[in-house]
Design a protein around this ligand. Structure first.
Ligand code: F0G
Length: 339
């Protein structure tokens, strides 16, 4: 499959001659989830966004934001990030030959994401403050310096991310309409982008957004000063796309609800051990929400798994069983294997 801009150029703001920076993102698998389907009494699918080139849905937005930056003659791109946007920016900047800088909350991003951003050669700045502070500072910096901001406040990010909605409709709707979409919410760019995509395609599944209970400003209706959750990707207390996310939920007759860290981790382990799909903790919030609140009258549901499980090996090892030590002789191996 070609990259997103090539695949959906007629629905994206790019002309045929515009430069395209792509890593063949998008066209991710839509995997049926039999265990979840049985538990909630509806047909459940997983949109596996971890299959994107850098392991998260951010690549959909980044191909558009970085292509636009190149079109505008930018030399450097920057973002604030809980990790995945940083990894994606770093990869696309490397591909485009741009300088990349990322500002991340110190000690609060998953190891894999940090490794990616560094390997791709971005300047990684560890801020002694949370994501919300980082975003505020980076916005102010970009008002002073000629650096392109590629957070989801950049409209090209949403343009790229809306293509996930197109893919879902292309695959599912010809057979039976999609009734509901479950999605984790952090800075609220992705839920906004899905709604834009669905609306442009004339579809309106219910959007159910899930925030971590310790970082649930949209549920409380007020910013959270000190957001906390094991799902570091969505540890955000003041989403930039607040109004748009609420409009998406109201317009689709859906809801924004909270799930606890325990519920997130239960779903995280269930997905890996029963469905065979390893996502990162933030992604499992979509499934945790579905399990907690049920499918309602929906017959066909998609849960968006936003990032790959390998992004965050530390949380995985804390949640998983332990290895079995063994002496190098057949008897010991036999015993170790058979338990
Ligand atoms: N899931 C994952 C794995 C994420 O990395 C993010 C956001 C979200 C869900 C929420 O998406 O912000 O559009 O509501 N990560 C951003 C980052 C904030 O910096 O990587 P959202």
């Amino acid at each position: 499959m070609p990259g997103l801009i090539e695949r959906y150029r007629d629905r994206l703001p790019f002309a045929p001659d515009d430069p395209v920076v792509s890593l063949q993102e998008g066209s991710t698998p839509l995997v049926p989830a039999p265990t979840l389907s049985e538990r909630v009494g509806a047909e459940v699918f997983l949109k596996v966004e971890g299959a994107n080139p850098t392991g998260s849905f951010k690549d959909r937005g980044m191909t558009c934001a970085v292509s636009d930056a190149v079109r505008n003659g930018a030399e450097a791109v920057i973002c604030a990030s809980t990790g995945n946007t940083a990894a994606s920016l770093a990869a696309y900047a490397a591909r485009a030959g741009l300088r990349g800088a990322v500002i991340v909350p110190e000690g609060k991003i998953a190891t894999g994401k940090l490794a990616q951003a560094l390997m791709h050669g971005a300047r990684v700045i560890a801020l002694r403050g949370n994501f919300d502070v980082a975003l505020q500072l980076v916005r102010e910096l970009c008002a002073r310096q000629p650096i392109a901001l590629v957070n989801s406040v950049n409209p090209f990010r949403l343009e790229g991310q809306k293509t996930a909605a197109f893919e879902l409709l292309d695959e599912l709707d010809p057979i039976h309409p999609l009734d509901a979409l479950c999605i984790p919410v952090g800075n609220a760019g992705n839920i906004t982008a899905y709604w834009k995509g669905f609306q442009e395609a004339g579809a309106a599944p219910r959007l159910y957004g899930f925030q971590a209970a310790g970082a649930a400003p949209l549920v409380h209706g007020a910013p959270v000063e000190q957001p906390e959750t094991i799902a570091s990707a969505i540890r955000i207390g003041n989403p930039a796309r607040w109004e748009e996310a609420m409009a998406a939920v109201t317009g689709s007759r859906g809801a924004i609800q909270a799930v606890t860290d325990d519920e997130i981790l239960d779903a995280y382990r269930l997905l890996a051990s029963r469905e065979g799909v390893f996502c990162e903790p933030a992604s499992a919030a979509s499934v945790a929400g579905l399990l907690k609140h049920g499918a309602g009258d929906a017959r066909r549901v998609v849960c968006v798994l936003t990032g790959h499980g390998l992004k965050d090996p530390q949380t995985a090892l804390m949640q998983a069983g332990s290895v079995v030590p063994c002496e190098p002789d057949l008897g010991a191996v036999e015993q170790a294997v058979l338990g």
